[in-house]
Design a protein around this ligand. Structure first.
Ligand SMILES: [Zn+2]
Length: 531
């Protein structure tokens, strides 16, 4: 049983009876009652465990709508380059970087570090030495820079063709520059890269999930089944409680045939105590900075006019077949043409897909397409802190690619909510920090809490309630789980988060640093008092 100063149930059906609620009873992983401290005295039996949170505020357990915990650990192996601002900084960081089996692995590099210069291995090779393979991931997760020895280890000596849009960028003479765009190109090198043994990765995943629980996360929609995550969560549950309830969506990449689709459908039955395979993740495009977002009009470098699928009609056909299997989909769509294509695809499904198909990211979009989310019942899933990679004055790589008009339509969270769409919020960790307090604050401020950065597209700021709903009721709706979680009501899963400051009334700059006295996932306490 949990007592708090205030319980925000976010439950429209019981709000009348639970207005002023300060107590929640839990048994066998479920919420059994919601009421006052006086009610709680009646609920109490001899074996009842009481958690008195004092002045804290209890809300439904927060769910990150887009996260990559296991793949993220793989993507974040090596040196963190997030503090690098320019080429000198990059060279200095690489010169002193740790080696793993002789390789330098690094991640989180901002494209802006290259300034006006192309992303090219010649900018860093001399500081690494002639025999050191290096693989440096750009922050967007969709491109990387490999040095000569890394390319040689992978046997990459020139341009390649792929079943999906992906590029081994080459100089005019056909020599690879080291810039690898999209997963199929990066996979050439990641396939030969060193990685840590399974038990170490299992423990690293468990530790990461505990840190996430410490920030208030009770669950996450995992947008990949990479990094051996199914093996890792099974291994964790052999001996421990999985700290977050994970809803895992494996990828369906271009070229997946009928057998592949059948396997993805069969995989949907897999589950454990606190995880399940739920849905499939697809990509319809790449990223703005990489020139691979699918835009209605070319970007300022003349790129960005193509889908990730060589024939977008194949994407539509695959979604139609998955829908026929009853499989939910989540499609990465960043450019306005990509979003339109997914919406067109859903509009043509029987029953418009019954709310089972959602769109991830949506970085630049006009009002006309924005309205269709609510009309078609397509949940939007967005990561407000991604806009921190842009600048309000449009001098960053993302904005200069798009030009002023499209950069002004950056991350239109508020427009989507105001037109009635479901809007799940998340971090896309490791692309941005997983802490939900920071994302909730950012969604309201359109800048990082505790900074004086000029807000990006501030008219798109969410209200405190809209932001909290993005991690609770709307996250549940986006996954088709509203009857099981997302609110505090009897019969729902016991997913609970408590904050010292009230997320609905606290100043957002202060809220980002508030204490998290309790996180409960599926009835199990996963964080007590923490950060
Ligand atoms: Zn993602």
């Amino acid at each position: 049983m949990v007592l708090a100063r205030t319980v925000h149930t976010l439950d429209a059906t019981t709000d009348a009876t639970t207005a002023g609620a300060t107590a929640v009873a839990v048994a066998d992983g479920l919420i059994t009652a919601v009421g006052t401290a006086a009610d709680a005295r009646r609920w109490r039996g001899p074996g009842t465990e009481l958690i008195d949170l004092g002045d804290a505020v209890l809300v439904p357990g927060l769910v990150d709508g887009h996260s990559h915990p296991a793949l993220g650990l793989e993507l974040t192996t090596g040196t963190d380059l997030s503090a690098v601002r320019d080429l000198d900084g990059l060279r200095a960081a690489l010169a002193s970087a740790e080696r793993l089996d002789g390789w330098v692995l690094a991640w989180n590099l901002d494209h802006n570090a290259f300034g006006d210069r192309p992303v090219h291995r010649s900018a860093v090779e001399d500081v690494l030495g002639p025999d050191t393979p290096a693989f440096i991931r750009l922050y967007d997760g969709h491109s990387a820079l490999a040095t000569g020895p890394a390319l040689r280890a992978a046997g990459v000596t020139g341009p390649r063709t792929f079943a999906q849009r992906a590029t081994v960028v080459c100089d005019p003479d056909g020599t690879p520059t080291g810039h690898l765009i999209e997963h199929a190109a990066m996979d050439l090198v990641t396939a030969v890269m060193p990685s840590l043994p399974l038990d170490q990765r299992r423990d690293a995943l468990h530790a990461l999930l505990l840190r996430m629980a410490g920030g208030g996360l009770a669950g996450a929609h995992v947008m990949d089944a990479g990094g051996d995550i199914l093996d890792l969560v099974r291994a964790i549950e052999d001996t421990r409680h999985l700290p977050l309830r994970l809803r895992i969506a494996p990828w369906c990449m271009p070229g997946t045939d009928a057998d592949g689709l059948r396997e993805l459908a069969a995989l949907q039955a897999e589950s454990g105590r606190n995880w399940l395979v739920g849905g499939v993740k697809l990509f319809v495009d790449g990223t703005v900075e990489g020139g691979s977002a699918w835009l209605e009009h070319p970007d300022c470098h003349g790129e960005g006019t193509a889908a990730l699928w060589l024939d977008p009609a194949e994407y539509t056909d695959v979604v139609r077949q998955l829908d026929a299997y009853g499989v939910r989909t989540a499609t990465h769509a960043i450019g306005d043409a990509g979003v339109r294509h997914v919406l067109d695809t859903v509009a043509a499904l029987p029953g418009r897909g019954r709310g089972r198909h959602r769109i991830e990211h949506i970085e630049t979009l006009g009002d006309e397409q924005a309205r269709r989310f609510a009309e078609l019942g397509v949940p939007a899933s967005m990561q407000p802190t991604h806009s921190a990679y842009t600048r309000a004055d449009h001098t960053d790589a993302w904005s200069t690619r798009l030009g002023t008009e499209r950069a002004d339509r950056a991350w239109i969270c508020r427009t989507l909510r105001d037109t009635g769409a479901t809007l799940a919020l998340g971090s896309d960790w490791p692309i941005a920090h997983h802490d939900p307090r920071g994302v909730l604050a950012y969604a309201r401020l359109r800048r990082h809490a505790g900074t004086d950065t000029t807000p990006v597209n501030p008219l798109q700021a969410l209200t405190p309630l809209m932001a909290l709903e993005g991690y609770t009721t709307h996250a549940a709706r986006a996954a088709g789980e509203s009857d099981r979680t997302g609110r505090i009501a009897p019969g729902l899963r016991a997913d609970l988060t408590a904050f010292a400051l009230d997320p609905l009334t606290a100043d957002p700059d202060a809220f980002a640093g508030t204490a998290v006295p309790l996180t409960m996932s599926n009835g199990v306490v996963t964080n007590r008092g923490g950060s």
